[in-house]
Design a protein around this ligand. Structure first.
Ligand SMILES: *[C@@H]1O[C@H](CO)[C@@H](O)[C@H](O)[C@H]1NC(C)=O
Ligand SMILES: *[C@@H]1O[C@H](CO)[C@@H](O)[C@H](O)[C@H]1NC(C)=O
Length: 675
């Protein structure tokens, strides 16, 4: 027993020695380098942004995304009107090309700064009737790098990944669009955004008589006193004096959102609606304090000596043992002591199992989990995220369950699919199996697959937590108001084909391929989600997966027809001879009138040849398996328009489509095997 205690004591003394040695070393280093306090100031002034007056402008201001210097107006313009034909969903930034020191890392005191800029929000001049006036707004941003463009739409080009934790950025937004998801009060407000697109504070600027997007030139003044941590924001008309009344003047600690050096400038974006943001002039001045760094003579001398002569330094090392040697001895001793004490403890335990001794070794640190790695959520986490499954947070529902919108405690938006008890029971699902499937699908990543953030399960429920997509599912866009143009539809078809082909290449199947499983991100990239996770337990996995993949292809074919026709496969109010879209498409193919299937609402802005070709690919996917139904890899090749598509049979092969004619559902084994 006393031996055990003794070894523990030795151990702690050794640890203390090592720690002290290291600590003293680093502390003395620091003291040696810090000199007197000095002021660091930076001043920028852009009376306008015209090449004629200022040829070096493109060196000093860096444009990212859709942004340009408008020479005729002498402004900085976002989005770039000349380049983009479609001004919707554009995002751009303009940053001063050198970083500015905004935080003292030693004292954590932020820099003081003052900035003023004149700006204007206008309709696009080539304003076309299909893009309404609106758009998202402009921000003054402070960001950590000079090469990231944020997302368009409500993200104001401020954030690139909406869920990035601990993102160091500050923005003052001049927002002309109300995004309720981001808790905007109205479509005419100023907000302070600290590391997040959700504003910490917002101000209704109608109160100070400003309408941000009325086309007039406004001027903003932002002043920050770093040591006092005080911010003052004023907004007024460009031709009037400094407003006497601030819209914000309070303490605000920016230091958690700043790095020592940051980039400053502007960002702006458009969404479904477009507008042009112009910055006409800009001044910026900052002051921060730093400790003058002076070279430490000792460090230099020892370096030179090492380089000067290896042999002398070797001799020197052996003559007077340096710190590293002491540490080495200590470490060896420590290892010996640990081994000894482990041995003794095990012996002690063996001898007297009742009187056990715990060695106080530092606990093995759990490996930190990457923030986005799928993991298990608790019921209470999900419940609070969805406000107890509030009906206001329901995004949609189907035969399998209900979709909820949720907000995790870290601010990330998610979509939660809660499988209905009825569905789980009807399938006689083995929960372990379902969880295994969720696990295997959540491990894979593809830009066109909806990322799974985790799952949640207790003895009655199974839920899957997906990333949230603000643009919602495709059916909303395709069957709702407005018309999705052909280029977008074609892109969606290709994106979904990519996703399925990737899944199949991993020996997985989607098993729930339908319109409402396809979601659109802010730039209208399609991502496939709402995975099926349905398996009956008796067949071998490989066979199931192969069969399910074939079902996926069939359903993909139907999906393609729906996208082209802009209508659901079975629609009660459809005209009499188009009861079933699949039937109808085949009939039109037989009489060579496939044009009639194409959504007439797209008008003349459509590549009809391409649309017909895609329609044929869709029909191929609905063929009997033995009669030429392609696999997804082949479908991708056909869609690339480089490989010729095989000829369709002149008429529809008979009775090949067993599906439930009342619901139109063709899922699981009801469609398979098509032999
Ligand atoms: C640095 O700036 C502060 C206030 O901005 C001033 O009081 C101080 O004298 C300045 N120090 C030096 C060394 O210029
Ligand atoms: C914003 O201010 C205007 C004018 O003071 C007022 O009419 C409007 O209701 C306010 N909006 C909100 C959301 O508070």
């Amino acid at each position: 027993m006393s031996l055990c205690r003794c070894s523990l004591l030795c151990l702690s003394i050794l640890l203390a020695i090592i720690e002290e040695h290291l600590f003293v070393d680093s502390a003395s280093d620091k003291e040696l380098n810090l000199g007197p306090v000095i002021n660091i100031t930076k001043h920028l002034s852009f009376p306008n942004f015209s090449f004629n007056n200022y040829p070096r402008i493109s060196n000093d201001v860096r444009l990212l995304g859709s942004a340009k210097f408008s020479n005729e107006k002498g402004t900085l313009q976002i989005p770039d009107e000349s380049q983009a034909i479609d001004l919707k969903h554009q995002a751009g930034r303009a940053l001063y090309s050198s970083p500015i020191r905004l935080l003292d890392p030693h004292t954590k005191i932020p820099a003081s700064f003052e900035t003023t800029f004149a700006f204007q929000v206008n309709n696009a001049t080539n304003f076309s009737s299909d893009s309404g006036h609106g758009g998202s707004g402009l921000t003054f941003i402070i960001v950590p790098d000079e090469f990231t463009v944020g997302r368009p739409g409500p993200w104001l080009a401020m954030l690139n990944d909406a869920c990035e934790d601990n993102y160091k950025a500050v923005a003052i937004e001049f927002d002309t669009h109300r995004s309720p998801g981001f808790r905007d009060p109205n479509d005419n407000h100023v907000g302070i955004n600290l590391g997040s697109i959700i504003s910490t504070k917002t101000f209704n600027v109608s109160d100070v008589g400003v309408v941000l997007n009325d086309g007039s030139v406004h001027r903003a003044w932002i002043t920050y006193d770093g040591p006092r941590r005080w911010m003052d924001i004023r907004l007024g008309s460009n031709d009037q004096d400094y407003p006497t009344k601030p819209i914000f003047s309070e303490t605000l600690d920016l230091s958690p959102y700043l790095k020592e050096y940051m980039f400053i400038g502007f960002s702006a974006s458009t969404g479904n609606l477009t507008q042009i943001h112009d910055v006409l002039s800009w001044n910026f001045t900052s002051t921060s304090q730093a400790f003058l760094r002076i070279p430490s003579t000792e460090t230099c001398e020892s370096r030179i000596m090492v380089e000067d002569s290896e042999t002398t330094s070797n001799k020197k090392a052996s003559a007077e043992p340096p710190g590293s040697f002491l540490i080495f001895v200590a470490v060896v001793a420590l290892i010996l002591v640990v081994l000894l004490s482990l041995y003794i403890t095990s012996k002690c335990k063996h001898d007297q199992s009742s009187n056990s001794i715990n060695i106080m070794l530092p606990e093995k640190k759990q490996r930190p989990r990457p923030p986005n790695k799928p993991h298990r959520f608790t019921i209470s986490e999900i419940s609070s995220a969805t406000r107890c499954f509030s009906e206001f947070d329901v995004l949609g529902n189907d035969s399998r369950g209900v979709y909820y919108r949720g907000k995790l405690s870290n601010g990330c938006q998610v979509a939660v699919k809660r499988f209905s008890a009825q569905f789980l029971n009807s399938q006689g699902l083995d929960k372990r199996r379902v969880l295994k499937e969720i696990g295997s699908i959540s491990k894979i990543r593809h830009p066109n697959l909806l990322p799974i953030r985790g799952w949640c399960q207790d003895n009655r429920q199974v839920m899957v937590v997906y990333e949230f997509f603000t643009n919602g599912s495709l059916d909303k866009w395709l069957f709702g108001v407005g018309v999705l143009p052909w280029t977008r539809r074609f892109k969606v078809v290709k994106d979904v084909a990519e996703a399925l082909s990737f899944l199949h290449s991993k020996q997985l199947a989607h098993k729930n391929m339908k319109m409402s499983s396809v979601f659109l991100d802010v730039s209208f990239r399609a991502v496939l989600g709402d995975f099926g996770f349905v398996l009956s337990g008796n067949d071998s996995k490989q066979f199931e997966s192969a069969v399910s993949q074939k079902v996926d292809v069939f359903e993909f074919g139907v999906f393609v027809l729906e996208v082209i026709a802009g209508r659901k496969r079975l629609e009660s109010e459809m005209d009499q001879n188009v009861k079933d879209l699949l039937d109808f498409a085949w009939r039109m193919h037989e009489i060579d009138e496939k044009v009639k299937v194409v959504d007439g609402r797209m008008g003349s802005v459509i590549n009809l040849k391409q649309a017909i070709r895609v329609l044929e690919i869709g029909l191929l996917c609905t063929l009997n398996e033995s009669k030429g139904r392609p696999c997804m890899e082949e479908v991708l090749e056909f869609l690339s328009m480089e490989t010729p598509t095989p000829e369709l049979p002149p008429s529809r092969p008979v009775a090949l489509f067993p599906y439930n004619s009342t619901t139109g559902l063709c899922s699981g084994y009801s469609c398979a095997p098509f032999k």
